[in-house]
Design a protein around this ligand. Structure first.
Ligand code: ADP
Length: 492
């Protein structure tokens, strides 16, 4: 395998700046590619929220001139050589010297996000030129950097440094597309001839992700099933025609996970540890979790965990509509952790008071409790309406906590259906997004727990043997990069 030069452009990267899973993917992928011997640079905005002292950021380059529309804007560049690939930070006080990454403390999006990330996308390319880094691959993520494949094709196709680069755009969630007023198009400097409905124009405004999908040499998303679902009108947020048009150049690659953070043998949040060969620690954590969440201390009752943001996508209304029937009809316990929509918080928060000993809940964000639930529960429920990839079910597998999931997106790709005749599989899947289906699938899992303990052991062993480490997933990305290079089209 040849060594590739790869520029990763993103609005988040762990450990520097994180809002969601995007940061983990960019950080994990970058480190894995670097460790595999590829020459990787990561380029991020220099947000005020990044702790410069902690990461030993150093001034690297100043000034850097970036053409936006008809004017040249100036910024500076800082660099960190943290253990991993070198990371560059585009420093622009007006755009990034603010408390949040995308929104103010009241959760109002910054009105000029289109300019902030348009500028960043162009500046990142200029940085590659100024430091003489000629990437083979420019890998952009989500709408925030989706303009960089377009800048590459429109302005740098014959460039000494950038002309050889192929671009890959990864979509982490189609629900976020970067839609703005056409008034901003001039600033972006993408030429009015490209303001057409197949590229950037949508209902008279700008759609940044749509433009990126047109210009990237390869478009990826974070699971094969989500790629298939979003090719069809259902679940594509209006994007089905643009994604379908990319044909075989739109593919799904499941995210890797960081097994240093999520590993039952090492987990720093856990009071006890376990491995597939020595499972006693799991029972001890279950007992500790039952005590912590005021559940009946019974090792022989199945315990179902839920850890989730309370947002529509996650399907928790389906659980809200079935959980009372479940705990009334079945001998089972729930440990719930989450926060978000007030209606769900108000419902799940007081529920333990009505079903003492059978339901425990904690409303809020609690990292340690999340690890306890993933480790101590017997099953992990995710009834999502859609899920581009999902990480929690992948973590749960490693802890022998069997996922119960709706077969959508990455949930479908990472969980293998239990086969009652052989005991093969790694979890329990259901298809219909209904309360009844949640009730039924939980009933299936609970009956397996009581009636087929030998299958439970087999399922747990298979689950724990699954490998979604970045080392293997980064190899899949390298194959995608090779494909993007083969695809490289010259669009002006
Ligand atoms: P998403 O990124 O859509 O929220 P994922 O399953 O991909 O869903 O990742 C969710 C991550 O966030 C997991 O690591 C999960 O443990 C964590 N998480 C979600 N809600 C909470 C919470 N209330 N407390 C602690 N961790 C949480």
């Amino acid at each position: 395998m040849s060594r590739l030069k790869i520029a990763l452009l993103a609005s988040e990267c762990y450990p520097f700046a994180k809002v969601g899973g995007l940061a983990d993917v960019v950080g994990g992928l970058g480190r894995a590619l670097h460790a595999a011997g590829h020459e990787v640079v990561v380029i991020l905005p220099r947000y005020a929220a990044i702790d410069g002292a902690r990461f030993q950021l150093e001034p690297f380059l100043s000034p850097l001139g970036v053409w936006m529309g008809n004017t040249q804007e100036w910024c500076a560049v800082q660099r960190a050589t943290h253990n991993g690939p070198p990371t560059y930070f585009i420093e622009h006080e007006h755009y990034f010297g603010r408390p949040g990454l995308y929104h103010d403390p009241e959760f109002y999006d910054y009105q000029d996000n289109v300019r902030r990330f348009g500028f960043f996308s162009r500046a990142a390319l200029q940085l590659c030129r100024d430091i003489g880094f000629a990437p083979d691959i420019l890998h952009a993520h989500d709408w925030q950097t989706a303009l960089s494949p377009a800048y590459l094709k429109i302005w740098h196709w014959d460039d000494e440094y950038l002309g050889g680069a192929a671009s890959v755009l990864t979509i982490h969630n189609l629900a976020h597309q970067g839609r703005y007023s056409a008034d901003e198009y001039g600033y972006l400097g993408l030429q009015w001839v490209n303001f057409t409905s197949d590229k950037f124009e949508e209902f008279g405004g700008i759609n940044m992700l749509k433009g990126g999908i047109y210009y990237a040499d390869l478009v990826t998303t974070v699971s094969p099933t989500y790629a298939n679902e979003t090719r069809t009108p259902i679940g594509a947020d209006g994007f089905a025609p643009y994604l379908a048009r990319r044909g075989a150049d739109y593919i799904g690659i499941v995210n890797g996970v960081d097994y240093d953070q999520w590993n039952p043998a090492l987990d720093r949040y856990l009071p006890h540890h376990f491995t597939p060969q020595r499972m006693a620690g799991k029972a001890q954590i279950k007992a500790a979790l039952q005590e912590r969440m005021q559940l009946e201390p019974d090792p022989n009752v199945p315990l179902i965990g839920v850890v989730s943001r309370f947002v529509d996508q996650k399907g928790l209304d389906l659980l809200a509509g079935s959980i009372e029937a479940i705990v009334s009809d079945m001998r089972v316990q729930f440990a719930l952790l989450g926060a978000g929509e007030k209606g769900l918080e108000w419902y799940f928060g007081p529920l333990p008071g009505r079903y003492p000993g059978r339901i425990g809940s904690y409303i809020g964000y609690h990292e340690e409790l999340a690890h306890w639930i993933v480790a101590g529960a017997d099953f992990f429920l995710m009834p999502s309406y859609f899920e581009p990839c999902g990480l929690n079910q992948i973590y749960a597998l490693k802890y022998g906590t069997l996922p119960i999931v709706r077969a959508t997106g990455g949930l479908d790709d990472t969980v293998q259906q239990y086969d009652e005749t052989t005991g093969s599989g790694t979890g329990f899947k259901f298809w219909q997004a209904t309360q009844r289906a949640v009730y039924d699938v939980v009933g299936w899992a609970v009956s397996t727990y009581y009636d087929r303990p030998q299958h439970m052991h087999k399922l747990m062993a298979s689950a724990m043997a699954q490998d979604f480490s970045w080392t293997s997933q980064a190899e899949v990305y390298v194959e995608a990069y090779q494909r993007a290079l083969a695809n490289k089209r010259s669009l002006g």
